[in-house]
Write a protein that binds this ligand. Structure first.
Ligand code: SF4
Length: 72
């Protein structure tokens, strides 16, 4: 993770890539703190073993194909 040109950049080796908090954006306390200027990243950091990490899991719903719906 690094800060450049007013943006936070997440890299492939950061734990954030599979974190639910990143999917929700501002739900990440670290990203929120950086965005608010409370925390400053001087160079770059590799995010591992983050205490706020939540594994992102997709929740898919099955959709019935239109052909199987009766309009009688
Ligand atoms: S909670 Fe931790 S692992 Fe998740 S996005 Fe924020 S810094 Fe990354």
């Amino acid at each position: 993770m690094y800060w450049e040109d007013g943006n936070i950049h997440i890299e492939e080796d950061d734990e954030c890539i599979t974190c639910e908090n990143l999917q929700k954006g501002i739900a990440c306390p670290l990203i929120l703190a950086i965005a608010q200027g409370a925390v400053y990243i001087e160079d770059s950091l590799n995010v591992i073993n983050c205490g706020f990490y939540k594994k992102f899991e997709r929740h898919l719903k099955l959709v019935v194909p239109v052909d199987n719906i009766s309009l009688d």
